[in-house]
Design a protein around this ligand. Structure first.
Ligand code: FES
Ligand SMILES: [Fe+2]
Length: 419
Protein backbone atom coordinates (compact mmCIF):
# COMPACT_ATOMS: atom_id res chain seq x y z
CA UNK A 1 0.00 0.00 0.00
CA UNK A 2 1.25 3.49 -0.79
CA UNK A 3 0.20 6.97 0.27
CA UNK A 4 -1.57 9.07 -2.34
CA UNK A 5 1.50 11.28 -2.45
CA UNK A 6 3.78 8.35 -3.29
CA UNK A 7 1.32 7.04 -5.85
CA UNK A 8 1.38 10.45 -7.54
CA UNK A 9 5.18 10.38 -7.51
CA UNK A 10 5.27 7.07 -9.40
CA UNK A 11 2.57 7.86 -11.90
CA UNK A 12 2.67 11.50 -13.02
CA UNK A 13 4.72 11.95 -16.17
CA UNK A 14 4.46 15.67 -16.99
CA UNK A 15 7.67 17.63 -17.58
CA UNK A 16 7.22 19.40 -14.24
CA UNK A 17 6.79 16.16 -12.26
CA UNK A 18 9.63 14.17 -10.63
CA UNK A 19 8.75 10.97 -12.53
CA UNK A 20 8.33 12.95 -15.74
CA UNK A 21 11.85 14.25 -15.24
CA UNK A 22 13.15 10.76 -14.47
CA UNK A 23 11.56 9.18 -17.54
CA UNK A 24 12.93 12.00 -19.70
CA UNK A 25 16.42 10.54 -18.98
CA UNK A 26 15.67 7.58 -21.27
CA UNK A 27 14.95 7.10 -24.95
CA UNK A 28 11.39 5.98 -25.66
CA UNK A 29 10.21 3.97 -28.71
CA UNK A 30 7.32 5.99 -30.15
CA UNK A 31 6.63 4.64 -33.64
CA UNK A 32 7.97 2.34 -36.34
CA UNK A 33 10.01 3.37 -39.36
CA UNK A 34 7.77 1.38 -41.72
CA UNK A 35 4.75 3.44 -40.63
CA UNK A 36 6.23 6.38 -42.55
CA UNK A 37 6.29 4.66 -45.93
CA UNK A 38 2.83 5.82 -46.98
CA UNK A 39 2.22 8.77 -44.70
CA UNK A 40 5.17 10.90 -43.64
CA UNK A 41 3.55 12.69 -40.68
CA UNK A 42 1.96 11.42 -37.50
CA UNK A 43 0.83 13.28 -34.38
CA UNK A 44 2.45 11.89 -31.26
CA UNK A 45 1.55 12.53 -27.67
CA UNK A 46 4.38 11.64 -25.36
CA UNK A 47 4.52 12.19 -21.60
CA UNK A 48 1.77 14.77 -21.87
CA UNK A 49 3.39 16.74 -24.72
CA UNK A 50 1.68 17.11 -28.09
CA UNK A 51 4.20 16.63 -30.87
CA UNK A 52 4.48 15.79 -34.54
CA UNK A 53 6.79 13.12 -35.87
CA UNK A 54 7.63 13.41 -39.56
CA UNK A 55 10.04 12.07 -42.14
CA UNK A 56 11.14 14.64 -44.68
CA UNK A 57 11.88 13.87 -48.32
CA UNK A 58 15.59 13.51 -47.64
CA UNK A 59 14.75 10.77 -45.12
CA UNK A 60 15.41 12.80 -41.96
CA UNK A 61 13.04 12.26 -39.05
CA UNK A 62 11.97 15.21 -36.94
CA UNK A 63 9.98 15.44 -33.71
CA UNK A 64 8.67 18.92 -33.05
CA UNK A 65 5.88 20.51 -31.09
CA UNK A 66 2.53 20.16 -32.76
CA UNK A 67 1.44 23.81 -32.97
CA UNK A 68 2.98 26.16 -35.51
CA UNK A 69 4.89 29.08 -33.99
CA UNK A 70 3.05 31.54 -36.23
CA UNK A 71 -0.61 31.26 -35.27
CA UNK A 72 -0.62 27.77 -33.83
CA UNK A 73 -2.08 25.72 -36.67
CA UNK A 74 -1.78 21.94 -36.43
CA UNK A 75 1.49 20.82 -37.98
CA UNK A 76 0.20 17.24 -38.18
CA UNK A 77 -1.53 18.50 -41.36
CA UNK A 78 1.59 20.19 -42.68
CA UNK A 79 3.55 18.89 -45.62
CA UNK A 80 7.03 17.49 -45.71
CA UNK A 81 9.59 18.82 -48.15
CA UNK A 82 13.15 17.96 -49.09
CA UNK A 83 14.39 19.43 -45.82
CA UNK A 84 11.79 19.92 -43.13
CA UNK A 85 8.11 20.35 -42.46
CA UNK A 86 5.92 23.18 -43.75
CA UNK A 87 2.79 24.46 -42.05
CA UNK A 88 -0.26 24.21 -44.31
CA UNK A 89 -1.73 27.52 -43.07
CA UNK A 90 0.76 30.19 -44.24
CA UNK A 91 3.70 28.09 -45.29
CA UNK A 92 6.18 28.63 -42.50
CA UNK A 93 8.76 25.91 -42.69
CA UNK A 94 10.82 24.23 -39.95
CA UNK A 95 13.76 21.85 -39.78
CA UNK A 96 14.26 18.97 -37.33
CA UNK A 97 15.94 21.27 -34.81
CA UNK A 98 12.77 23.38 -34.70
CA UNK A 99 14.39 26.31 -36.50
CA UNK A 100 12.05 28.26 -38.80
CA UNK A 101 13.83 28.20 -42.15
CA UNK A 102 11.20 29.99 -44.24
CA UNK A 103 8.26 32.30 -43.59
CA UNK A 104 7.36 33.05 -47.21
CA UNK A 105 5.31 36.24 -46.95
CA UNK A 106 7.45 37.72 -44.15
CA UNK A 107 10.63 36.91 -46.04
CA UNK A 108 9.29 38.81 -49.06
CA UNK A 109 7.49 41.71 -47.36
CA UNK A 110 9.84 42.47 -44.50
CA UNK A 111 13.12 40.65 -45.17
CA UNK A 112 15.07 42.81 -42.74
CA UNK A 113 12.74 42.11 -39.86
CA UNK A 114 13.62 38.39 -40.06
CA UNK A 115 10.66 37.42 -37.94
CA UNK A 116 11.51 33.76 -38.47
CA UNK A 117 14.82 34.13 -36.66
CA UNK A 118 12.90 35.14 -33.57
CA UNK A 119 10.76 32.01 -33.39
CA UNK A 120 11.43 28.29 -33.02
CA UNK A 121 9.53 25.13 -32.28
CA UNK A 122 10.39 22.90 -29.39
CA UNK A 123 12.20 19.97 -31.02
CA UNK A 124 13.52 16.70 -29.66
CA UNK A 125 16.15 14.30 -30.97
CA UNK A 126 15.02 11.06 -32.57
CA UNK A 127 16.98 7.99 -33.56
CA UNK A 128 16.20 4.86 -35.50
CA UNK A 129 17.01 1.47 -33.99
CA UNK A 130 15.56 -1.99 -34.67
CA UNK A 131 12.93 -0.57 -37.01
CA UNK A 132 11.62 1.73 -34.29
CA UNK A 133 11.85 5.48 -33.87
CA UNK A 134 13.12 6.49 -30.47
CA UNK A 135 12.69 9.91 -28.91
CA UNK A 136 14.57 11.65 -26.15
CA UNK A 137 12.85 14.46 -24.25
CA UNK A 138 15.41 15.00 -21.52
CA UNK A 139 18.36 17.24 -20.78
CA UNK A 140 21.53 17.13 -22.83
CA UNK A 141 23.85 15.37 -23.15
CA UNK A 142 21.50 12.59 -24.22
CA UNK A 143 22.47 9.03 -23.32
CA UNK A 144 22.56 6.28 -25.98
CA UNK A 145 19.65 4.32 -27.38
CA UNK A 146 20.31 0.86 -25.91
CA UNK A 147 21.65 -1.56 -28.48
CA UNK A 148 20.11 -4.72 -27.07
CA UNK A 149 21.63 -7.88 -28.47
CA UNK A 150 18.45 -9.30 -30.07
CA UNK A 151 18.21 -6.21 -32.30
CA UNK A 152 21.05 -7.66 -34.37
CA UNK A 153 20.11 -11.33 -34.31
CA UNK A 154 20.05 -12.93 -37.76
CA UNK A 155 17.41 -15.09 -39.39
CA UNK A 156 14.40 -13.70 -37.63
CA UNK A 157 11.09 -12.33 -38.83
CA UNK A 158 10.48 -9.23 -36.72
CA UNK A 159 7.34 -7.22 -36.30
CA UNK A 160 6.47 -4.15 -34.25
CA UNK A 161 3.07 -4.26 -32.61
CA UNK A 162 1.47 -1.34 -30.84
CA UNK A 163 -1.72 -0.44 -28.99
CA UNK A 164 -2.98 2.53 -27.09
CA UNK A 165 -4.06 1.47 -23.62
CA UNK A 166 -6.21 3.87 -21.61
CA UNK A 167 -4.43 3.80 -18.25
CA UNK A 168 -1.29 4.99 -16.51
CA UNK A 169 2.08 3.52 -17.53
CA UNK A 170 3.21 2.42 -14.07
CA UNK A 171 0.57 -0.26 -13.55
CA UNK A 172 1.54 -1.61 -16.98
CA UNK A 173 5.17 -1.76 -15.93
CA UNK A 174 4.36 -3.47 -12.63
CA UNK A 175 3.09 -6.32 -14.81
CA UNK A 176 6.71 -6.86 -15.97
CA UNK A 177 7.73 -8.16 -12.56
CA UNK A 178 4.69 -10.32 -11.85
CA UNK A 179 5.31 -14.00 -12.68
CA UNK A 180 2.18 -15.36 -10.95
CA UNK A 181 -0.18 -13.52 -13.28
CA UNK A 182 0.89 -15.85 -16.14
CA UNK A 183 -0.73 -18.76 -14.35
CA UNK A 184 -4.07 -17.01 -13.85
CA UNK A 185 -4.44 -14.34 -16.46
CA UNK A 186 -2.96 -16.26 -19.37
CA UNK A 187 -3.13 -20.00 -18.70
CA UNK A 188 -6.24 -20.37 -16.57
CA UNK A 189 -8.27 -17.51 -18.00
CA UNK A 190 -7.54 -18.66 -21.56
CA UNK A 191 -8.82 -22.09 -20.58
CA UNK A 192 -11.96 -20.61 -19.02
CA UNK A 193 -12.65 -18.65 -22.18
CA UNK A 194 -12.66 -21.99 -24.04
CA UNK A 195 -14.96 -23.59 -21.46
CA UNK A 196 -12.17 -25.57 -19.82
CA UNK A 197 -12.54 -25.53 -16.03
CA UNK A 198 -9.14 -27.09 -15.32
CA UNK A 199 -6.12 -25.14 -14.16
CA UNK A 200 -2.61 -25.15 -15.53
CA UNK A 201 0.65 -25.62 -13.63
CA UNK A 202 0.84 -23.84 -10.26
CA UNK A 203 3.61 -21.52 -9.15
CA UNK A 204 5.48 -23.02 -6.21
CA UNK A 205 8.29 -20.54 -5.81
CA UNK A 206 9.21 -17.12 -7.18
CA UNK A 207 12.33 -15.07 -6.72
CA UNK A 208 13.44 -11.58 -7.69
CA UNK A 209 16.85 -10.02 -8.19
CA UNK A 210 18.34 -6.74 -9.23
CA UNK A 211 20.77 -6.38 -12.14
CA UNK A 212 22.30 -3.56 -14.15
CA UNK A 213 19.43 -3.11 -16.61
CA UNK A 214 16.46 -3.90 -14.43
CA UNK A 215 15.08 -6.66 -12.28
CA UNK A 216 14.87 -10.38 -12.93
CA UNK A 217 12.15 -12.73 -11.84
CA UNK A 218 12.46 -16.50 -11.69
CA UNK A 219 9.89 -19.14 -10.97
CA UNK A 220 9.33 -22.84 -10.32
CA UNK A 221 5.94 -24.32 -11.14
CA UNK A 222 4.65 -27.74 -10.21
CA UNK A 223 5.59 -28.96 -13.70
CA UNK A 224 9.21 -27.70 -13.55
CA UNK A 225 12.25 -28.03 -11.28
CA UNK A 226 15.10 -25.76 -10.29
CA UNK A 227 16.91 -26.93 -13.44
CA UNK A 228 14.38 -25.16 -15.70
CA UNK A 229 15.57 -22.00 -17.50
CA UNK A 230 12.67 -20.07 -15.96
CA UNK A 231 14.43 -20.65 -12.65
CA UNK A 232 18.09 -20.68 -13.76
CA UNK A 233 17.68 -17.62 -16.04
CA UNK A 234 14.19 -16.11 -15.68
CA UNK A 235 12.73 -13.02 -17.28
CA UNK A 236 13.70 -9.38 -17.33
CA UNK A 237 11.81 -6.34 -16.11
CA UNK A 238 13.82 -3.96 -18.27
CA UNK A 239 14.57 -0.48 -17.00
CA UNK A 240 12.71 1.79 -16.83
CA UNK A 241 9.56 0.78 -18.74
CA UNK A 242 10.28 -2.46 -20.58
CA UNK A 243 9.73 -6.18 -20.31
CA UNK A 244 12.01 -8.64 -22.09
CA UNK A 245 10.93 -12.23 -22.63
CA UNK A 246 13.68 -13.65 -24.83
CA UNK A 247 11.87 -13.53 -28.15
CA UNK A 248 10.24 -10.17 -27.60
CA UNK A 249 10.43 -6.82 -25.89
CA UNK A 250 7.49 -4.83 -24.61
CA UNK A 251 7.66 -1.20 -23.63
CA UNK A 252 5.01 0.79 -21.79
CA UNK A 253 5.48 4.31 -23.14
CA UNK A 254 3.56 7.03 -21.29
CA UNK A 255 1.37 9.06 -23.62
CA UNK A 256 0.11 11.01 -20.63
CA UNK A 257 -0.92 10.25 -17.05
CA UNK A 258 -3.90 8.16 -18.16
CA UNK A 259 -2.80 6.64 -21.47
CA UNK A 260 0.05 4.33 -22.44
CA UNK A 261 1.43 3.24 -25.78
CA UNK A 262 2.24 -0.45 -25.65
CA UNK A 263 5.08 -1.17 -28.06
CA UNK A 264 6.22 -4.73 -28.71
CA UNK A 265 9.17 -5.82 -30.84
CA UNK A 266 8.72 -9.48 -31.62
CA UNK A 267 11.37 -11.79 -33.10
CA UNK A 268 10.36 -15.10 -34.67
CA UNK A 269 13.36 -17.32 -35.42
CA UNK A 270 12.93 -18.96 -38.82
CA UNK A 271 13.56 -22.71 -39.04
CA UNK A 272 17.00 -23.78 -40.25
CA UNK A 273 15.62 -24.75 -43.66
CA UNK A 274 14.66 -21.09 -44.27
CA UNK A 275 18.16 -19.68 -43.69
CA UNK A 276 19.45 -17.27 -44.68
CA UNK A 277 16.45 -15.05 -44.04
CA UNK A 278 16.99 -11.34 -44.46
CA UNK A 279 14.19 -8.94 -43.65
CA UNK A 280 14.16 -5.81 -45.79
CA UNK A 281 11.87 -3.79 -43.55
CA UNK A 282 10.18 -4.57 -40.24
CA UNK A 283 6.39 -4.40 -40.56
CA UNK A 284 4.48 -2.52 -37.90
CA UNK A 285 0.83 -2.42 -36.93
CA UNK A 286 -1.45 -1.04 -34.26
CA UNK A 287 -4.19 -3.27 -32.87
CA UNK A 288 -7.53 -2.45 -31.24
CA UNK A 289 -8.05 -2.95 -27.50
CA UNK A 290 -11.85 -2.96 -27.51
CA UNK A 291 -14.39 -4.99 -29.44
CA UNK A 292 -16.17 -2.39 -31.60
CA UNK A 293 -19.47 -4.31 -31.37
CA UNK A 294 -19.73 -4.97 -27.65
CA UNK A 295 -17.33 -2.38 -26.24
CA UNK A 296 -15.71 -5.15 -24.17
CA UNK A 297 -11.96 -5.27 -23.87
CA UNK A 298 -10.52 -7.86 -26.25
CA UNK A 299 -9.27 -10.88 -24.27
CA UNK A 300 -8.30 -13.42 -26.92
CA UNK A 301 -4.55 -12.68 -27.05
CA UNK A 302 -1.80 -12.60 -24.45
CA UNK A 303 -1.07 -8.90 -24.42
CA UNK A 304 -4.77 -8.04 -24.69
CA UNK A 305 -5.31 -10.07 -21.54
CA UNK A 306 -2.67 -7.95 -19.85
CA UNK A 307 -4.41 -4.81 -21.11
CA UNK A 308 -7.62 -6.02 -19.45
CA UNK A 309 -5.79 -6.22 -16.12
CA UNK A 310 -4.14 -2.83 -16.55
CA UNK A 311 -7.25 -0.88 -17.53
CA UNK A 312 -9.21 -2.77 -14.89
CA UNK A 313 -6.96 -1.26 -12.23
CA UNK A 314 -8.37 2.14 -13.20
CA UNK A 315 -7.04 5.09 -15.17
CA UNK A 316 -4.42 5.36 -12.42
CA UNK A 317 -4.30 2.38 -10.06
CA UNK A 318 -5.23 3.39 -6.51
CA UNK A 319 -2.28 2.06 -4.55
CA UNK A 320 -3.70 3.42 -1.29
CA UNK A 321 -6.17 0.52 -1.37
CA UNK A 322 -4.12 -2.50 -2.41
CA UNK A 323 -2.79 -5.41 -0.33
CA UNK A 324 0.57 -6.69 -1.46
CA UNK A 325 1.54 -10.28 -0.70
CA UNK A 326 4.46 -12.65 -1.15
CA UNK A 327 3.93 -12.73 -4.92
CA UNK A 328 4.46 -8.96 -5.00
CA UNK A 329 8.00 -8.76 -3.68
CA UNK A 330 9.14 -7.79 -7.17
CA UNK A 331 6.55 -5.01 -7.29
CA UNK A 332 7.90 -3.64 -4.00
CA UNK A 333 11.48 -3.80 -5.37
CA UNK A 334 10.43 -2.00 -8.53
CA UNK A 335 8.83 0.84 -6.58
CA UNK A 336 11.76 1.09 -4.16
CA UNK A 337 14.20 1.38 -7.05
CA UNK A 338 12.12 4.15 -8.62
CA UNK A 339 11.92 6.05 -5.31
CA UNK A 340 15.74 5.80 -5.05
CA UNK A 341 16.13 6.95 -8.62
CA UNK A 342 13.79 9.90 -8.10
CA UNK A 343 16.20 11.07 -5.42
CA UNK A 344 19.17 10.51 -7.69
CA UNK A 345 17.62 12.54 -10.50
CA UNK A 346 16.73 15.32 -8.06
CA UNK A 347 20.41 15.31 -7.06
CA UNK A 348 21.55 15.64 -10.66
CA UNK A 349 22.65 12.02 -11.12
CA UNK A 350 21.65 9.47 -13.75
CA UNK A 351 18.98 6.99 -12.71
CA UNK A 352 19.36 3.22 -13.09
CA UNK A 353 20.34 1.69 -16.41
CA UNK A 354 21.17 4.81 -18.42
CA UNK A 355 23.80 3.87 -21.02
CA UNK A 356 26.37 6.46 -22.05
CA UNK A 357 29.46 4.47 -23.05
CA UNK A 358 29.52 3.70 -26.81
CA UNK A 359 32.05 0.91 -26.23
CA UNK A 360 29.67 -0.78 -23.85
CA UNK A 361 26.59 -0.12 -25.98
CA UNK A 362 27.25 -2.82 -28.55
CA UNK A 363 24.90 -5.77 -28.61
CA UNK A 364 24.26 -5.48 -24.89
CA UNK A 365 23.35 -8.93 -23.61
CA UNK A 366 20.41 -9.67 -21.36
CA UNK A 367 19.39 -12.89 -19.60
CA UNK A 368 17.65 -15.04 -22.21
CA UNK A 369 16.13 -18.37 -21.23
CA UNK A 370 15.91 -19.61 -24.85
CA UNK A 371 19.17 -18.07 -26.11
CA UNK A 372 20.42 -21.13 -28.00
CA UNK A 373 17.19 -21.70 -29.88
CA UNK A 374 16.73 -18.04 -30.78
CA UNK A 375 20.27 -17.69 -32.11
CA UNK A 376 20.84 -21.07 -33.74
CA UNK A 377 17.29 -22.03 -34.61
CA UNK A 378 15.86 -25.50 -35.03
CA UNK A 379 14.88 -27.63 -38.00
CA UNK A 380 11.22 -27.06 -38.93
CA UNK A 381 9.98 -30.38 -37.54
CA UNK A 382 11.57 -29.79 -34.13
CA UNK A 383 10.41 -26.18 -34.01
CA UNK A 384 6.84 -27.36 -34.66
CA UNK A 385 7.09 -29.65 -31.62
CA UNK A 386 8.49 -27.00 -29.28
CA UNK A 387 6.02 -26.37 -26.41
CA UNK A 388 6.11 -22.58 -26.82
CA UNK A 389 7.47 -21.72 -30.26
CA UNK A 390 5.55 -24.54 -31.90
CA UNK A 391 2.31 -22.84 -30.81
CA UNK A 392 3.48 -19.55 -32.24
CA UNK A 393 3.67 -21.17 -35.68
CA UNK A 394 -0.07 -21.89 -35.57
CA UNK A 395 -1.35 -18.52 -34.38
CA UNK A 396 -0.06 -15.09 -33.61
CA UNK A 397 -0.69 -15.26 -29.89
CA UNK A 398 0.49 -11.87 -28.68
CA UNK A 399 -2.00 -9.26 -29.79
CA UNK A 400 -5.30 -9.07 -31.65
CA UNK A 401 -5.55 -7.35 -35.02
CA UNK A 402 -2.56 -8.63 -37.00
CA UNK A 403 -3.08 -7.49 -40.60
CA UNK A 404 -3.32 -10.34 -43.14
CA UNK A 405 -0.30 -9.07 -45.09
CA UNK A 406 1.89 -9.31 -41.96
CA UNK A 407 0.61 -12.83 -41.31
CA UNK A 408 1.35 -13.77 -44.93
CA UNK A 409 4.88 -12.33 -44.73
CA UNK A 410 5.44 -14.20 -41.47
CA UNK A 411 4.24 -17.49 -42.92
CA UNK A 412 6.41 -17.06 -45.99
CA UNK A 413 9.44 -16.35 -43.81
CA UNK A 414 8.77 -19.38 -41.64
CA UNK A 415 8.28 -21.64 -44.66
CA UNK A 416 4.62 -22.29 -43.81
CA UNK A 417 1.90 -22.62 -46.40
CA UNK A 418 0.15 -19.33 -46.98
CA UNK A 419 -3.25 -19.69 -45.30
S1 FES B 1 -0.09 29.13 -38.50
FE1 FES B 1 1.51 28.05 -39.39
S2 FES B 1 2.18 29.30 -40.96
FE2 FES B 1 0.61 30.44 -40.06
FE1 LIG C 1 0.91 -11.00 -19.13
Amino acid sequence: MLSQEKNDLLTKVGADQPMGQLLRRYWMPIAAVSEFKDKPIRPVRLMGEDLVLYKDKSGVFGLVERKCAHRRADLAYGFVEEHGLRCNYHGWKYDQTGRCTEAPYEDAAAPLARLRDKVALKAYPVEVKAGMIWAYLGPQPAPLVPDWEPFSWANGFCQIVMAEVPCNWFQCQENSIDPVHFEWMHTNWSRRQKGDETNGPKHLKVDFADFEHGLIYRRIRDDTTDAHPMWTVGRVCLWPNGFFLGDHFEWRVPIDDETTLSVAWIFSRVPNEQEPFIQESIPAWRGPVQDPQTGDWISSHVMNQDFVAWVGQGAVADRTREHLGASDRGIAMLRRQFFNDLEKVAGGQDPKGVIRDPQFNQRVTLPIAERDLLINGLPADRLAQHPVFGKHLKNFVFQAGQPPEVLAAYRAAMGLEIA
